[in-house]
Design a protein around this ligand. Sequence first.
Ligand code: NAP
Length: 386
Amino acid sequence: MNSIYRNIQEFQYLMPTRIIFKADAISELQSLSVSLGTKPFIVTGKQSSKKNGALNKVVKTFPNAVVFDSVEENPTDETCNKAGQICKDNQCDWVIGIGGGSPLDVSKVVAGLATNEGVCEQYFGRDLFKYTPLPILAIPTTSGTGSEVTPYAVITSTKNNTKQTVADYKLFPKIALLDPLLTITLPHQITLSTALDALSQSMEGLVSKKANPISDCLAIESCRLIFHWLPKILANPDCIEGRYWLLYASLLSGIVIAHTGTTLVHALGYFYTLNYNVPHGIANALFLIPMFKRNILFLPEKLKIIVNLLQEEYDKDNLDISIKKALLRFFKEINFLYTAHSWGVSDKQLHTFAEQLYSDSYRFRNQYGDFSVKDLSLIFKETFEL
Ligand code: NAP
């Protein structure tokens, strides 16, 4: 067995979602047999699914659908509760999520609330839904979260302004319908930030304590595709082939984190998103170099794979320099501003963030290594000094 897998004694692999990946699938909902009930509840964002025609096509196919179209970015528990109530009041028997990770995540919580008592906040945690949620059809329109194939919903708690996760194996969508044409309308900045989210997920999945040989294959392929295609798409947004592969890479990143969870990169990134509105994917990307330098200590073989994918020479005695050089070159190629101050983050609260994160170490339970408040503070500081 390859030395990378020396610590893996056993693992399980589960992907219960039927995946339909097809250009213009949104126009063929009827023939693709995606109906999961008699009256759907559609959950979507405020604008994009109207602009790109996705919502219209779905409503045309299911004319009795009830539409909830006010999901915001980083959606709150209040939004989930409101949508859940409307779904219940209208006795809808299945849910369609259309949009980025935000509407898809709300669609999952709505599906759970529709068949269970109580409100969203009660379900922050793992496997808390007693009754089977309504079946979900997930239609992603960003290439970033892979939420269409994960059992997670990431929701902002209005009580304490933190991001909480509703995690439940019953929340895997029944069907994920991926239509690369829907992602062509993504503006430059959202293409960049969502792709960097998928990249973080795949890179983190590779070094997670829960990584397994299958998730590693998917993570490596996802990283390879993003490194190859993202620069091309940013230069030419109408590149259909690139949009196709980026959506596929995002799908793989979702399957990866469904098994591995995320690591310290995501736990750190949340602070910049919640306190400075830094887009989720950008916030994660700011921590990739500081964290992957450290991951070398635990998983050098895997770090070599990333350096190789980025076609950087690696110096076996100074792998930390190689990974930094490789990622910096990629960041420059995609014109990503890789320091925190470029995104409006102030360095005034970094120690407080470190203390808060340290007291909530469950958030990075899949991360190898021990991290003190001082270590975490140093990592935050490094995002200003690259
Ligand atoms: P998002 O918050 O869903 O959407 C970001 C922006 O992109 C919105 O303004 C949205 O507009 C717009 N947009 C979406 N699709 C578009 C399209 N095709 N063309 C033009 N604009 C489009 O972004 P996201 O990055 O996909 O999702 C982030 C959320 O997912 C975060 O809350 C994160 O924590 C969560 N997440 C969940 C998982 C999971 O497994 N469940 C994994 C990773 C991240 P509209 O609002 O008008 O639609």
